[in-house]
Each structure stands twice: as structure tokens, then as C-alpha cells.
Ligand binder design. Structure first.
Ligand code: SAM
Length: 262
């Protein structure tokens, strides 16, 4: 079978920057070039870097249906991959696009679209840019309602219940993975939440969603995260609350990797 990355196994000892363990401790965000950590709810560029290194080749097409500030598209471009980004918020897409273009590479194509990833006509979208299939999909959906991204009712962060969040995310998976090449990979980055005195294991619910749809689970990766902007300087209060009660403070999120075999 054709390889799905550019790793040269004759030089395997040279790839020390590429993770092969399931625990990802990333201490510092890569803020180089046009990467911007200002978008509330972004992920660190090291996540797409790691995933694209393992699961894509130069010249492949990557889809990010929740592109936000465009972190994955910037990484893709730097790594010689073509990419497509979609986000519901037009202003967010426009802002990201201008940053991405200021680092453009002549041999890489990056296309962005504003729209709802659960209902956009992906066939027409791909036709409009002359692409048949993509070779990787990176999903970084809202962690349900932890951060409200917009007032748009189709925004997954506005789902009124867990069931509706999962249904909506399921529609995005169906709509987008139709055009993921067979035997290639996709990944979802997601964390859990706490509500009504109990853990809502969003990560595992989403993992199940992919498995129910027939994707092969290839990895459950655990990544650390530091304090969010909202919680910075409040470590004391949170530690006090945790000690006085029965919960633990979330310091990790998940990256699930799946292979499409059907
Ligand atoms: C967790 S953020 C992604 C952040 C991104 N990885 C980054 O580094 O900036 C989730 C994004 O999903 C978008 N979103 C929510 N529902 C959507 C939908 N149905 N279709 C497309 N985008 C959606 C939000 O506007 C938000 O920008």
C-alpha cells in the first residue's frame, strides 16, 4: 500500500521531533510567524504539526472543518501540504485568511470558506477548486458549550443538549468524511467538561461517534494543557475549590486518531 507520510524509514533515527508516545506534553505554544494565540479556543500549532507529520505527505490535501484562526492551515502550508478550511464565522475566516496569505508559499494551495460544515455542499466546494478527495481531516470542534463562539444556531457551541451537540457533530463527520480518501486518516481534538456535579466525558462520546460510524480507532492521545486565559491567576481559587470538594481540575485533552477503511 502507498505510504501515507514522508517518513524515510532508512533515516528513522533522525525524526526525534515526531511523537510516537501517547502522552503529549507540550509546554510552550509555537507562536512563530503568523501564528496567533489570540483566538479564544485555538489549539497549539504543535498538534497539527505532529498529526500532519505522521499521517500526510507533501502535496496532500487536508481539511479543517472548524478552522477558527487557521492554526492547521498555517502549519499545513509550512509543511508543503494543501489545505481547505471552513468556519461558520465569516469574520474569523477573513481574518485568518489574510494572516495565512502573508506567509503563502508558491507551491501550496490554501482555500478557506465560510459556512456550516454540517450542511455545506462539499462536492460543489471541492469541484470549485478542482479537488476530488482530501487525505486527512483534522476536527477541532467546540467542546460543546464551554466557549460560546457565536450566536449562530448552527454553531455547535449553541447546541441545547449533549444529544444535539453529538448529533450536530455527527452531521459534520458524515458531510466531510465522505470525501476523505479511503485508507487515510482523520483526528479529533477535544476535551471533557464538568456540569451538574459530574464529568461529561465529551472526548469519549465523540470517540464513540467515530467508532459507531465504522472508523478504526488508531490512537487515544492525551495532551496536557495549561491554564486558559480565563483561569490564569486563579490557580489558588481552583485548588481551594477542588480540595474542598470531590472533583479534579482538568489539565488534559484528547486527540483521537481514526482510519477510514470503508
Ligand atoms: C475550537 S474552535 C477551533 C479553533 C482552531 N483549531 C484554531 O486553532 O483557531 C471551533 C470553531 O468551530 C466553529 N464552528 C462551530 N460550529 C460550526 C459549524 N457547524 N460549522 C463550521 N464551523 C463551526 C467556531 O466558529 C469555532 O471557530
Amino acid at each position: 500500500m502507498a505510504r501515507y507520510n514522508d517518513i524515510d524509514m532508512e533515516k528513522w533515527q533522525r525524526y526525534s521531533e515526531i511523537n510516537t508516545d501517547t502522552l503529549w506534553i507540550i509546554d510552550k505554544r509555537d507562536n512563530s510567524g503568523v501564528h496567533s494565540g489570540n483566538y479564544h479556543g485555538n489549539f497549539v500549532p504543535q498538534i497539527p504539526f505532529q498529526l500532519f507529520s505522521r499521517y500526510t505527505k507533501k502535496g496532500d490535501w487536508i481539511l479543517d472543518p472548524f478552522m477558527g484562526s487557521g492554526t492547521s492551515l498555517i502549519e499545513a502550508q509550512r509543511m508543503g501540504r494543501n489545505s481547505i478550511g471552513i468556519d461558520l464565522q465569516e469574520s474569523v475566516v477573513k481574518e485568518a485568511d489574510s494572516r495565512i496569505r502573508s506567509e503563502a508559499k508558491p507551491d501550496c494551495k490554501t482555500q478557506v470558506f465560510a459556512g456550516d460544515s454540517s450542511s455545506l455542499n462539499m462536492e460543489a466546494l471541492l469541484d470549485s477548486i478542482g479537488v476530488k478527495k482530501y487525505q486527512f481531516v483534522i476536527f477541532h470542534p467546540p467542546y460543546w458549550d464551554i466557549i460560546k463562539f457565536s450566536d449562530n444556531p448552527n454553531d455547535l457551541s449553541n447546541a441545547e443538549s449533549l444529544e444535539l451537540f453529538l448529533k450536530g457533530f455527527g452531521r459534520v463527520i458524515d458531510n466531510t468524511t465522505k470525501f476523505l480518501e479511503k485508507y487515510r486518516y482523520c483526528a479529533v481534538v477535544i476535551g471533557d467538561k464538568y456540569a451538574n456535579s459530574q464529568v461529561v466525558p465529551l472526548g469519549f462520546y465523540c470517540m464513540n461517534l467515530f467508532m459507531e460510524k465504522g472508523f478504526l480507532l488508531k490512537a487515544i492521545l492525551v495532551k496536557n494543557f495549561g491554564d486558559t486565559k480565563g483561569k490564569a491567576n486563579q490557580q489558588g481559587i481552583w485548588r481551594y475549590r477542588a480540595l474542598a470538594s470531590d472533583f479534579y481540575i482538568f489539565k488534559h485533552e484528547y486527540i483521537f486518531v481514526f482510519k477510514k477503511t470503508k
